[in-house]
Design a protein around this ligand. Structure first.
Ligand SMILES: [Zn+2]
Length: 358
């Protein structure tokens, strides 16, 4: 007990220090305070009773740690680039096949170039044992934290590993195989914009799956419009509705019940003036929907009536019907008689009302 009182111990290894071997922690020339803080997991204070020195050996090791950290920062990008270009060359040779099982070997090769992981592991895993002198529970906690830290720091450059909380909050880790998925994780980690991340994901092997998702949503949009639960405006083919058909109502229905379909169609026609392109979207949708379900025919009925009134022949109407642009001549004729009788009763009511008032 007498020795530490007279000869201050090294803050790291607790060895007694002759004057020559002392390195003062708080001096300007010490230069590795950050590394020391990381190892002892606290910021040293002048009068905290743990001494103000480290020994020459520990100081050298801290300097080595600092050098490795510097190298990691500066060489990582170069190594990443070299790795990617190597990967690219090798893949091209292999014919664009992913080679997950080969990845670890190429990684180990890089570790040989840099002694970082082993050094870091030694100094960090040893530290908690020294801490035992303080309090048992606190050290166990510290050990846990240290171990998690170690597994992150051991990480070789160029590798993508995800740490996450699994069942019972257990820390789990998973190496992402090189290739598309690594690029996606990198893109997210780098904090790139959603647009950029989306592009990276879309350009990956997920492209077809994403396209299928969009198509599925579009199908759901169309099913929603066709559904009889909430009948579409296009299903309302009674003479009253046909006589008062307007595109605004159907356009609104599209925007509410089939937003993706509406957005897609809009992207085709955005060049036109807003006023007319709204009609064009509604017409395109009406033609698509009638193809999916023959009862979605209000727009087609209206077109046939216009053709008939304009003097188009049955042959002409039937031809346009085949092209999917209107209903058949016979269907139009049937609807025409409905419309006439509606008009008749409408006029009779008007006359009756006139008689009453006079
Ligand atoms: Zn020491």
């Amino acid at each position: 007990m007498a020795a530490p009182m007279t000869e201050p111990p090294c803050r790291l290894c607790h060895a007694n220090l002759p004057k020559k071997q002392r390195r003062t922690i708080f001096s300007e020339t010490f230069g590795v305070l950050n590394q020391l803080v990381e190892v002892i997991d606290e910021v040293p204070q002048r009068n905290d009773g743990h001494g103000n020195y480290v020994c020459g050996l520990c100081w050298n090791k801290l300097n080595r740690l600092s050098k490795i950290e510097h190298d990691l920062k500066t060489k990582l990008e170069a190594l990443k680039e070299e790795r990617l270009s190597l990967l690219k060359t090798l893949r091209e040779k292999h014919g664009a096949q992913p080679f997950i099982s080969l990845t670890p070997k190429s990684k180990k090769h890089y570790i040989l170039h840099s002694p970082t992981p082993r050094k870091v592991k030694k100094s960090l895993t040893l530290t908690p044992q020294r801490g035992h002198q303080d309090s048992a529970e606190a050290t166990i906690e510290k050990q846990k934290i240290k171990r998690e830290k170690v597994s992150i720091q051991l990480f070789s450059p160029g590798k993508v590993k995800v740490l996450y909380r699994g069942h019972m909050s257990k820390l789990k880790s998973k190496v992402i195989p090189c290739g598309d998925f690594q690029n996606i994780v990198r893109s997210i980690i780098k904090g790139q914009s959603n647009k950029k991340i989306g592009e990276v994901i879309y350009q990956s092997q997920l492209r077809e799956a994403i396209q299928n998702c969009v198509l599925e949503e579009m199908k759901r949009d169309i099913s929603c419009l066709i559904s009889t639960n909430k009948p579409s405006y296009l299903r309302k083919t009674q003479s009253d509705n046909l006589a008062t058909f307007n595109f605004e109502t159907f356009n609104l229905e599209l925007q509410l019940n089939a937003p993706l379909l509406y957005k897609t169609l809009s992207s085709f026609y955005a060049q036109g003036t807003p006023h007319t392109y709204k009609y064009v979207i509604a017409v395109t949708a009406a033609i698509i929907l009638k193809q999916r379900n023959m009862h979605m025919s209000a727009f087609h009925q209206v077109v046939s009536q216009i053709l008939d009134n304009g003097g188009a022949t049955d042959e002409c109407i039937n031809l346009l019907n085949k092209l999917g642009l209107c209903v058949s001549a016979s269907a139009a004729a049937k609807k025409k008689s409905d419309l006439i009788s509606r008009q008749k009763s409408h006029m009779e009511q008007m006359v009756l009302a006139e008689k009453k008032t006079s």
